[in-house]
Design a protein around this ligand. Structure first.
Ligand SMILES: Cc1ncc(COP(=O)(O)O)c(C=O)c1O
Length: 340
């Protein structure tokens, strides 16, 4: 265990660990993932990753459980999503076994950075795929490199599980319908900075609307939206949002709790009819929304100061699985044996 990290002071920022893991693909052949202490990569100036933004990434976590066991959550789903993102940008998708072996190697080599159970902190993995083919004409490159960065991150809610305010955004689009929004492409995040920084400056997080009509809720910053209306779990259908693995897991749990789950276009005004609302994603699991301000209409939708009962139940149900406090009946977690 690393002695000089104050786990309680960690937030969602990069803390250096000992190793990154790398695997390059040349002419369709992937090399076996290997660990290295060097945190810099050499990349040719003519690589299509640099020229044309041929780059995609992922985000997933490992947890130290209540039983002391180490669990990685739904790693295969991240592998599949990275493969879809890569195909979206005409890159070579890393095979699932290469992706998973690379994650497990990054975990084992950086095991001292996996925070203790009681801290609520986790070890976060940021897999990056970048195209390395040398090309100046506007054309996709097929050679690429997969890099896994591991970093400990703090508990999202270090104190109490609490609510966040959001502001509706209709003047900056994150991703176009039928564009790259459903893939985890770095460029989507660059495109969202203008809106998210402006929202933060006003004390809010950013709720993106659909880029075509700006009538419907798309995403909450870098998270999916969930609304609870009576016994119904509502989440947006959109061709521009990232299919969240957390949302998928929560939907499964909501159905098991007897809820009706509906994925459809959701008008911003429908917030008035919802009992609870939240953003969901790997970082927070669920981040309940306290209020949503719509500046174009000067309307505020209020959900109260405290997380509602349905979202609280779902939040704890998923976290209990991740930390081994309740049985993983869906095989979502992989228990990793760590050699002494
Ligand atoms: C744009 C966007 N939407 C949704 C999510 C939530 O996805 P997941 O639950 O897989 O972390 C993320 C985070 O990865 C994201 O960046």
């Amino acid at each position: 265990m690393i002695q000089n990290i104050d786990w309680s002071k960690l937030s969602f920022h990069y803390t250096e660990t000992d190793y990154i893991v790398r695997s390059a693909c040349k002419d369709g052949i992937w090399e076996e993932p290997y660990a290295t202490k060097d945190k810099t990569i050499q990349i040719h100036v003519a690589s299509t990753g640099l020229q044309y933004g041929q780059q995609v990434f992922e985000g997933l976590k490992a947890f130290r459980g209540v039983d002391g066991k180490v669990r990685v959550f739904r790693m295969q789903e991240n592998a599949r999503r990275m493969a879809r993102s890569a195909e979206g940008l005409m890159m070579t998708p890393p095979p699932e076994d290469i992706f998973c072996r690379a994650i497990l190697l990054a975990l084992k080599k950086n095991i001292d950075y996996l925070p203790p159970y009681e801290t609520g902190a986790t070890l976060y993995f940021r897999p990056i795929l970048i195209a390395t083919t040398h090309e100046i004409s506007v054309a996709p490159g097929k050679d690429c490199e997969l890099i896994i960065v591991a970093t400990p991150i703090g508990a999202y809610f270090p104190g109490k599980f609490h609510c966040t305010p959001f502001i509706v955004e209709r003047h900056v689009d994150r991703a176009a319908p039928f564009g790259t929004g459903t893939w985890k492409v770095g460029g989507n995040y660059g495109a969202s900075f203008r809106a998210t920084e402006a929202a933060h400056a006003k004390g809010y997080d950013c709720m993106f609307t659909d880029a075509k009509t700006h009538k419907y809720i798309d995403e909450c910053s870098a998270a999916n939206f969930i609304g609870i209306k009576g016994n119904e779990y509502l989440t947006p259908r959109s061709s521009a949002i990232l299919p969240s693995i957390t949302n998928d897991s929560l939907i499964t749990l909501a159905k098991e709790m007897g809820m009706k789950v509906t994925r459809r276009h959701i008008r911003v005004e429908e917030l008035a009819e919802m009992d609870e609302a939240a953003a969901c994603g790997t970082a927070c699991v669920i981040s309940p929304i306290g209020k949503v301000y719509d500046p174009d209409k000067d309307i505020t939708y209020h959900f109260g100061d405290k997380p509602g009962p349905v979202l609280s139940r779902l939040y704890h149900a998923l976290k209990d699985i991740q930390y081994g406090r309740s049985p993983d009946t869906h095989n979502w977690t992989e228990i990793v044996e760590i050699p002494e």
